[in-house]
Design a protein around this ligand. Structure first.
Ligand SMILES: *Cc1c(COP(=O)(O)O)cnc(C)c1O
Length: 224
């Protein structure tokens, strides 16, 4: 069951400056269709097999975001259709995305995932590794012609401590500004800062997010 009033009030809150990715992982295609019928087109999934199954059953104009941890050997299953890959956390993965995108004559937009949470369990690059990846792409652009780095993604700690969340989002925004700041952006090349989920999206927006990934507020709690 989707929460229609939550959807409309979240859209109101976000306004035109923040894009909403509706995170539909573990939820049935009927729920996705219900939100689709209200006009939502951007959906996020974080398991490859589940994404492939759903994509095959749902309208072709859905923009599928892969938001989970992507293993290099699975890129080939989503390369034909994925709209944006949020969780790129290594050069090796970026090269594989380039290779698979080339096979499909596509350019795949990617976000580099930065590790902002203090928790050890979350994936992502630290500031130095981020610099290294961007440097590699800058110095050997011919190896990355089928990908486009569109910005950064991060997940904050799982906590209710607002000052901690704020601090983590601020850190990511600072990295975003350093590497994708005003000097490099233009009206037709908007860079993306994907941060904020059901529990912390308001703080993320205040700290400069322009793309939020919201699941449970729209689709209800996930079980299991
Ligand atoms: C599940 C998930 C979300 C959405 O989480 P909610 O708390 O349900 O909004 C956002 N981003 C990522 C990477 C996720 O795995």
């Amino acid at each position: 069951m989707i929460d229609k009033s939550a959807y409309t009030s979240i859209l109101d809150e976000l306004g035109p400056g923040v894009q909403l990715v509706a995170v539909s992982k573990t939820k049935p295609v009927e729920d996705i269709m219900a939100l689709y019928d209200l006009g939502q087109r951007d959906f996020g999934e974080n398991y490859v097999q589940e994404l492939v199954d759903k994509q095959a059953q749902l309208p072709a104009d859905i923009r599928w975001h892969f938001i989970g941890h992507l293993q290099s050997n699975k890129v080939k299953y989503i390369a034909a259709f994925v709209h944006l890959i949020h969780g790129v956390d290594s050069l090796r993965l970026l090269k594989e995305i380039h290779k698979q995108a080339a096979r499909h004559h596509r350019t795949i937009p990617c976000l580099l995932q930065v590790h902002i949470a203090r928790e050890e369990t979350k994936f992502g690059l630290d500031a130095a590794e981020l610099e290294e990846v961007l440097q590699a792409v800058r110095t050997t652009p011919q190896e990355f012609t089928h990908i486009r780095i569109r910005g950064l993604m991060g997940m904050a700690s799982f906590t209710e401590d607002e000052s901690k969340l704020q601090e983590e989002f601020k850190g990511l925004k600072a990295l975003f500004d350093r590497h994708f700041g005003a000097a490099q952006s233009s009206p037709n090349q908007l860079f993306l800062l994907s941060m904020g989920m059901s529990g912390d999206y308001r703080i993320a927006i205040r700290e400069g997010s322009n793309m939020v990934r919201i699941g449970s507020l729209l689709f209800g709690k996930r079980t299991g």
